[in-house]
Design a protein around this ligand. Sequence first.
Ligand code: ATP
Ligand code: MG
Length: 389
Amino acid sequence: MKYNVVIVRFGEMSTKGKNKKDFVAKLAKSIRIALRENEDDYKMVIRHDHIYLYLINDIDNLENTLSEISGMYSFSLAYKIEDPDLDNLKEFALKVFAEEEGKTFKIRARRIDKSYPFISDEINREIASTILKNTSWRVDVHNPDLIFDIEIRDDGAYVFTKTIKGMGGYPSGSIGKTLMMLSGGIDSPVATYLLMRRGVEVTCIHFAAPPYTNSGVIDKLEDILKSLTKYQSKIRLFIVPFTKLQEKIYENSFEGYPITIMRRMMYRIASRLAQRLNIPCLASGESVGQVASQTIDSLNVINEVTNIPVLRPLCTYDKVDIIRISEKIGTYDISIRPYEDCCTIFAPVKPKTSPHLDECLKIESLFDYESLINECLDNLEVKYIKFDN
Ligand code: ATP
Ligand code: MG
């Protein structure tokens, strides 16, 4: 069916009362950014229940583009009939049924403009009988091949046969901010995506330990973030020079403890940076049980160094499901490029799965980590990654 308007539905955010206006404005902004190369090809109209995109010209790849905008529950590719007179609707329906494939149908009319002279049931019956008389299509109200939706509004009739599920979640940046710990692996980019989809504005922090970790990791992170700018158009990446601190950790740790101590230091640094940036929580790609540092006991001992919330969107995900998402969002191929992570290069032979807090405190009393943390924070590098395809 040809279409000349897209009806965008908000879904979950329509329950947000007085904040709804802000949410809708943010969703509209995301749509404008995503379609910025086509700004002359459509006209956007925001109403209290939907956003309408009236098409002036065809827009390539429109469905894909819209399905990657967070905060959109679904959208329909519709045709607007200016004069919703019943005969016009019948004529249009006949054209559509001549083009579409299938055997069975259902008409689903909604009379939103109550001044329209026919109730929904009458519209359904009138259109259906026209189709039955003039075509070989048959009615099946339970499992039809084609649903012909008609919405009668005060400015005309909107007709559609295709409704596409949107990305869901909330509009970009509408929920709050987080500082995400981004490694070059598979998990943390997926966690970043899930947070963006949920409407959280993500800033990233990466701990780099050159020369132990190769410098290619930064290019890799930039490529990962570039592919995520579809979901958040600007992303900041802070790079922490972690080498000195990491060497001290390895010099002083007892067997099995370096990873735990290293992660405690990462959380300390991230918490302080978050505070400086006025970001109220942290996030990571940790998944319960995946590795030694992600047992419940480990997470507890690691988390002990911070008192701000830590979002762990993947905490219950299996690796195969994480991989599936990373393939879908296009970060998988970048993540599997070989690189040395500061975790892997220094990994102890037998990391502790149940580290003790007392032991951590003992190790940490052996060196002046505070001044090393300050040195890290004084020498941060920052990169800005922007949407530019
Ligand atoms: P990933 O695939 O994201 O690297 P992982 O399964 O390899 O995760 P770990 O290496 O234990 O798991 O890291 C767990 C989480 O800690 C990562 O998802 C990320 O949030 C954070 N993290 C690990 N290494 C770094 C790093 N060098 N810089 C920033 N964050 C890191
Ligand atoms: Mg990793």
